[in-house]
Design a binder for this molecule. Structure first.
Ligand code: DLL
Length: 438
């Protein structure tokens, strides 16, 4: 089922016409209303979609430099709502929506949730945080637009999620993948069966997650797990999402125009190649974004999708280009390590990467918990166990093969890796102990 067949299954040519018309209007709107764009785009015009690639990029630093409201294209009185990015680095960046912007957001979220299996009348348990973070209210508004019944559970207070899920038996669950795994674990520890809740679908996003985590979520909840992507600077969740084919995420590209560029040169990469996603809003009124560098690494999926949607698709986000670790000259995305760890059924999806920069060459180690199945097979978990050494060695070898780097692997006691109620902290820097959201 498509939420809005007229927009989602329109021919590629017709969509290009809509995109160009909207791009013209956006560039004109930004030039007329925002001094920053007026200066940046002076004398520039876009006659075709290809011309977009000639315009300068907008970056997170531009939002910071015009903190809090310097890039607004409407008077504050016309702003209906304000959200903020959840970044832990520096000041948050505020984003603003007019009433029309909120309507567009609801529409694109409704599309994404219907693509994941959401239907009018379904009960949806929203375990994304409510507040300045866009996750909670983004899913909430989209679900109401579809005509779902929403349980605005928000993040935190895991025991309450346990109770609400068991008693209300929702059709859908929306959460960060790491928090959803944590809820399932707490339920199982309390003798409940999350796979018997009767969930029909889970919608996960806001942080990178691998196919291994998808398998863990699907086993834990006994339902398919769908990936939904977005960022506050563009709209929040609803920029792209998976359909039932789950062969990439459909971008709502009649509202957000995607490009993929080489992160160092800024030039478009050949089709199908990996690079940084750059997005241009085509309908935003309060805060138009022209060629916004998302920092997120992905690639276009070539060809049409069998679901009938004609929008461009991107592969699941591999990570942020600025979260890429450079260890002994080797570039590693945490998600590549996650994929290798979770390919082993001896390991649980609870891990942290420790980057030690106290020596001249930074060292990377991994702390990971064994899976409950492995602990059962081994008859418990205790230091010095021969099985630990075998697994440790094997995983170290696999990581070396996969990423070309020797990584110290430690198996730590079940329950000791910090659990997340929002975006998981995967990278810990030593010696400072400073951690960053990845
Ligand atoms: O995380 C919006 C969101 C909420 C998306 C709920 C999906 C679900 P921000 O806090 O501004 O907004 O963080 C945006 O999170 O640039 C990506 O690096 C990362 N991210 C978001 N969704 C995904 C995803 C929300 N599905 C930043 N896969 C983005 C991987 C994701 N990374």
């Amino acid at each position: 089922m498509l939420w809005d067949p007229h927009s989602e299954a329109v021919s590629v040519e017709a969509r290009a016409g809509v995109q160009l018309e909207r791009l013209h209007a956006t560039v004109a709107w930004a030039q007329e209303r925002v001094p920053f764009y007026r200066e940046r785009l002076a004398g520039m015009a876009v006659a075709s979609l290809e011309d977009l690639a000639r315009l300068p990029f907008t970056r997170k630093s531009d939002l910071r430099d015009h903190y809090p409201f310097g890039l607004l294209a409407v008077p504050l009185a016309e702003v209906a709502r304000i959200h903020a990015s959840s970044g832990t680095k520096g000041k948050p960046t505020f984003v603003a929506y007019t009433r029309e912007d909120l309507d567009v957001w609801r529409e694109v979220m409704a599309r994404m949730m219907v693509a994941a299996g959401g239907r009018p009348g379904d009960l949806l348990h929203v375990a994304f945080g409510y507040g300045l973070f866009t996750g909670g209210l983004g899913f909430h508004d989209g679900a109401e637009r579809i005509g779902m019944t929403v349980v605005p559970a928000s993040s935190g207070n895991t025991a309450r999620h346990q109770l609400l899920l068991a008693d209300f038996r929702p059709a859908g669950l929306a959460a960060t993948p790491s928090f959803a795994l944590h809820i399932a674990e707490v339920m199982r520890a309390g003798g409940q069966r999350p796979d018997q809740l009767g969930l029909r679908y889970g919608m996960f996003g806001a942080e990178p997650w691998s196919e291994g985590v998808r398998r863990a979520l699907e086993t834990a909840y006994g339902c398919p797990a769908f990936d939904i992507y977005g960022l506050s600077e563009i709209v929040g969740p609803g920029v792209a999402g998976e359909c039932e084919a789950r062969e990439g995420l459909h971008v709502a590209d009649d509202h957000f125009f995607p490009e993929i560029v080489d992160p160092s040169s800024g030039e478009p990469v050949p089709s199908g190649q990996e690079g940084e996603l750059v997005l241009t809003t085509l309908t935003k009124r309060a805060l138009p974004m022209i060629r916004y560098r998302t920092g997120d690494v992905t690639a276009f999926v070539p060809g049409p999708c069998r679901c009938g949607r004609t929008s461009r698709r991107i592969v699941r986000i591999k990570g942020r280009s600025d979260d890429m670790l450079v260890i002994k000259g080797v570039n590693v995305h945490p998600s590549e390590i996650e994929a290798t760890l979770l390919a082993s059924d001896d390991l649980a999806p609870h891990y942290q990467l420790i980057v030690d920069r106290r020596t001249t060459l930074a060292r990377l180690s991994v702390e990971v918990e064994p899976s409950p199945g492995a602990v059962e097979r081994w008859g418990g978990f205790f230091p010095g166990q021969p099985a630990l050494e075998t697994v440790r060695h094997r995983i170290g070898e696999r990581l070396r093969e996969a990423i070309g780097l020797s990584v110290e692997v430690s198996l730590v006691a079940p329950g000791t890796v910090p659990r997340s109620e929002g975006k998981a902290v995967r990278i810990v820097e030593r010696p400072s102990g400073r951690s960053q959201v990845s």
